[in-house]
Design a binder for this molecule. Structure first.
Ligand SMILES: *Cc1c(COP(=O)(O)O)cnc(C)c1O
Length: 418
């Protein structure tokens, strides 16, 4: 184990997978902007293909800058190996398809990121794969939906914009009792707030585009392999060659060999570099995102213009207790949702904001607002929107790290004007 892994999280987030003497003494890794790598001999290249050395060959396979980000993310989540991808969606696609064949099923919480929902409900269906969607926090429903064809259980740490928090330890117990792994998309919580592998999950996914990069500068994704699941042969016969080759890293090897390389889900090393700049301040930013979100939630709770507010940090929220158990005293994430009178009122509110940016993203250090029903979910039919709690009166706010008073004053002025 790297001695850096004994430091506290806030130190590891800066120092994991690097030492002062690395890279000519620079404080961040260089951007290895090269499509391919020179090899001194045919023997050396052959050894690389045989896995006898870890040299780089071609950017679609591996890249030195990306590898450092992979080592950092594996260290922060407490996993054995990470594979970074060009976006969060590429990570999700790879993570799931590594486990799925035509005719397979998986069980997923229904409180899903919009593109994940479309991938699971529509796209996978074309290949004969069925996603069984159940209420994300309903553990009995998760267990009841598992059958001999089920290959994994899939959850998000904090749903968006539902803000529901499933009990990861209980979900992991249920998955393991049924000999299948638990995959968790930890984008909304980040490893600062929650480390699903420590709670029993087997695979963690990130869209690094959000809090990990933190500045809205680069898309990216990651799949982190806990290395603890043993892939029982009767359920996962296709894992045998990967177990023989890589033992506990069978899953990440299969993901990389079968999907990452052949689908071409490469991350640009510039994006890995930008993500690592962001990562250095993750602990500090998350602390502020969450204290600001709490302050904004209390401020908005007092405003008569709101018909409802949804933030798990508020003591009467249905997920508050599970959140406290899972996240301790740290907080409840930086995103909240609330209701105004109707869609037209939401539009007027968004127009009246001057500090908060109106755009489709979250986890940026700047505060961001969006009306999901008329944008990201515009193509969804009405019953599906209702199932996902996307109502025309819903405004979603990703609370930034500005002064909380300025955010509240901007929201307050906009509410005054509607
Ligand atoms: C944004 C997001 C994704 C998708 O990530 P991209 O980097 O946009 O592809 C997946 N899951 C969650 C929870 C997200 O917020």
């Amino acid at each position: 184990m790297n001695e850096k892994n004994t430091y506290r999280f806030d130190t590891r987030v800066i120092h994991a997978a690097q030492s002062p003497g690395d890279w000519a003494g620079s404080t961040l890794p260089p951007i290895y902007q090269t499509a391919s790598h020179y090899h001194p001999s045919a023997e050396n290249l052959s050894d690389t293909f045989a896995g006898k050395n870890t040299d780089h060959v071609y950017m679609r396979l591996t890249n030195p800058t990306n590898r450092i980000l992979e080592e950092k993310l594996a260290a922060l989540e407490g996993g054995m190996k990470a594979v970074v991808t060009g976006s969060g969606m590429a990570a999700i696609t790879n993570a799931c398809l590594t486990l799925l064949r035509a005719g397979d099923e998986f069980v997923t919480g229904n409180s899903l990121f919009m593109s994940t929902y479309l991938l699971f409900a529509n796209v996978f269906k074309k290949y004969g794969i069925s996603a069984r969607l159940v209420e994300s926090t309903d553990m009995e429903a998760i267990e009841a939906a598992i059958n001999p064809k089920t290959r994994f259980v899939y959850l998000e740490t904090i749903g968006n914009p539902k803000m529901d928090i499933p009990d990861i330890s209980r979900a992991a117990e249920i998955a393991h009792r049924n000999n299948i792994p638990l995959i968790v998309d930890n984008t909304m919580a980040t490893p600062y707030l929650c480390r699903p592998l420590e709670l029993g999950a087997d695979i963690v996914i990130h869209s690094t585009t959000k809090y990990l990069a933190g500045h809205g500068t680069a898309t990216g994704g990651a799949v982190i392999d806990g290395g603890n699941f043993d892939w029982p042969e009767e359920r996962f016969p296709d894992f045998k060659p990967f177990i023989d080759r890589k033992g506990p890293l069978a899953y990440s090897d299969k993901l990389w060999r079968e999907h990452h390389i052949n689908f071409g889900t490469t991350q640009a090393p510039l994006h890995a570099y930008l993500t690592m700049i962001g990562l250095d301040t993750l602990a500090l930013r998350m602390e502020r995102h969450m204290s600001n979100a709490m302050a904004v939630a209390y401020y908005l709770s007092e405003r008569d213009e709101l018909s409802w507010i949804n933030y798990p940090g508020l003591p009467d929220h249905p997920s508050h207790t599970v959140g406290r158990k899972q996240f301790g005293e740290k907080g409840y994430g930086g995103v909240l949702a609330f209701g105004l009178k109707d869609q037209e009122t939401c539009f007027r509110f968004i127009r009246a904001l001057t500090l908060v940016y109106h755009l489709a993203n979250l986890g940026d250090c700047k505060s961001l607002v969006i009306h999901p029903c008329s944008s990201q979910y515009l193509s969804f039919d009405e019953p599906t929107r209702r199932k996902l709690s996307i109502t025309p009166d819903l405004v979603r706010l990703s609370v930034g790290i500005e002064a909380a008073e300025d955010i509240c004053e901007d929201l307050g002025r906009a509410l005054d004007s509607i």
